[in-house]
Write a protein that binds this ligand. Structure first.
Ligand SMILES: [Mn+2]
Length: 193
């Protein structure tokens, strides 16, 4: 199994640094995919995002719940961040997801794969009880993770009825149509096949 993916990340108007971040990390049995949105703007928002990305890159094999808790601990004292964390395992085509805060996930599949994020902020007080959602996916399913700089109206776009093979181009098209200039905007699209 391989993973095709594309991403677009656009910084909020009049900012030079994005507080959004993302990663696609190859693991021994698949991939770990994340979109993170640091609270606030500019460098202050970029710091928790960078810390969370480092935490994930250093511990890609750890269970999702552990990773979220590690990020939560490491972000203490920062502005905080919200996160969507998706693991795709080639063994048994297993998809697992934990989301904390306002990161969206939308999956194009014949199956019913509807993960959700719970309210909360990494680095702030108590984390919510973490909900890991597990699914079986099919080869060719398309996973879309996006920050709140992308309107959720995006998930009804007609382009998603028959998504093209060029995922970078699809991400660019969706950013163009649904991206807000008032916030950093990130859309990451991944397709294992
Ligand atoms: Mn945001």
């Amino acid at each position: 199994m391989k993973l095709e993916w594309g991403v677009q990340c656009r910084t909020k108007a009049h900012q030079t640094v994005s507080g959004d971040g993302y990663a696609v990390i190859e693991t021994t049995n698949g991939w770990l995919i994340t979109v993170i949105d640091g609270l606030g703007g500019g460098a202050e928002a970029a710091r928790p995002t960078k810390l969370a990305l480092e935490t994930i890159r250093e511990n890609p094999q750890r269970p999702l719940k552990d990773l979220i808790q590690l990020c939560h601990a490491n972000l203490h004292g920062t502005r905080g961040a919200v996160i969507g964390l998706l693991r795709l395992e080639t063994h048994q085509n297993r998809a697992s997801y934990i989301g904390v805060g306002n990161i969206g996930i939308h999956v194009l599949s014949q199956r019913v794969i509807k993960p959700i994020s719970k309210n909360g902020i990494l680095g702030h007080r108590q984390l919510p009880s973490l909900l890991e959602m597990n699914y079986t996916f099919d080869s060719g399913d398309t996973f879309i993770l996006y920050s709140d700089g992308i309107s959720t109206r995006m998930i009804s776009d007609s382009a998603l009825a028959h998504p093209p093979s060029d995922l970078d181009a699809l991400a660019a098209e969706l950013l163009e149509r649904y991206g807000k200039t008032t916030d950093d905007a990130t859309i990451l699209i991944a397709r294992p096949s």
